[in-house]
Design a protein. Structure first.
Length: 266
């Protein structure tokens, strides 16, 4: 069976099982259907639920288990963005509502906010939440690249939770914390400590930090300890304007000049 005929055949089987199949359509160049077991094999397949489209060279779908396995290179497009991977597992309810796409093997989710990549990316289509793990997980948006052992990306809120260690890099330097909350709308990240950072203006450590990547500002809460041009600066709070190479230390603070920075006496 080909094209629309394949979709009609699958719809007929699902209708016989007493299900509403109008919003869940599978088309393929070839179908192998086991009506007794509820197993469908399809090649050059396209699946749509009315809001999303999933394509792959091959599909094995188990109607009773509510699971389909796609292989050979998978592409899924929908409100969450475009998801690509080597293989994927789709999950759907008894009423044929598509609830999850679990992509594995160089998985990458691209959207208007940025690009999320990892060994495995799972998308909950009902909540619009993508969970990425492995390789590690990388979220690139604008001039910022965030990496972590695990990332939870909420596509509707444009927010991400970055698991330990949470690292943010720009062309000016990097800051890393235990974990972080990243707001993609404002390009700001809140990092829980211990925090370490490295920019041209200085490098050091702090208890926690707020990075405003749009403004080029890193706000450090202390105790803060940093190296600046061979000297050690300590304080309760510091602001690093990393694009300008400027540091402002607030509250009680001190600077210790190392011996090697002192002028030599002839």
């Amino acid at each position: 069976m080909r094209g629309a005929a394949a979709a009609v055949a699958l719809a007929a089987v699902l209708w016989a099982a007493g299900l509403a199949a109008a919003s869940f359509v599978v088309t393929g160049a070839r179908l192998d259907l086991d009506a007794d077991q509820g197993i469908l094999r399809a090649w050059q397949v396209r699946i749509t639920d009315g809001r999303r489209v999933v394509t792959a060279p091959e599909l094995v779908l188990n109607r009773a288990a509510g699971v389909g396995v796609l292989s050979g290179g998978v592409r899924a497009t929908g409100p969450e963005g475009e998801l690509r991977s080597a293989t994927a597992r789709i999950r759907f309810t008894q009423t044929l509502e598509l609830v999850a796409v679990e992509a594995e093997g160089q998985a990458q989710l691209s959207s208007r906010d940025g690009r999320l990549s990892a060994r495995r990316v799972s998308v909950d289509t009902r909540r619009g939440v993508a969970v990425a793990v492995g390789s590690p997980a990388v979220l690139a948006t604008g001039e910022v690249t965030a990496t972590g052992s695990r990332m939870v990306y909420r596509t509707r809120q444009q927010e991400a939770e970055v698991g330990a260690p949470a690292r943010f890099e720009t062309r000016h330097g990097a800051v890393q914390g235990r974990d972080a909350a990243f707001d993609l709308k404002t390009h700001t990240a809140r990092l829980a400590g211990p925090v370490v950072f490295r920019f041209s203006a200085g490098r050091g450590e702090a208890r926690q930090a707020v990075a405003d990547f749009a403004a080029g500002r890193l706000e450090l809460e202390g105790p803060v300890r940093m190296r600046w041009r061979g000297s050690t600066v300590e304080g309760r709070r510091a602001v690093v304007w990393y694009r300008e190479g400027r540091v402002v230390v607030e509250g009680p603070s001190r600077m210790r000049v190392e011996e090697e920075d002192l002028p030599r006496i002839p």
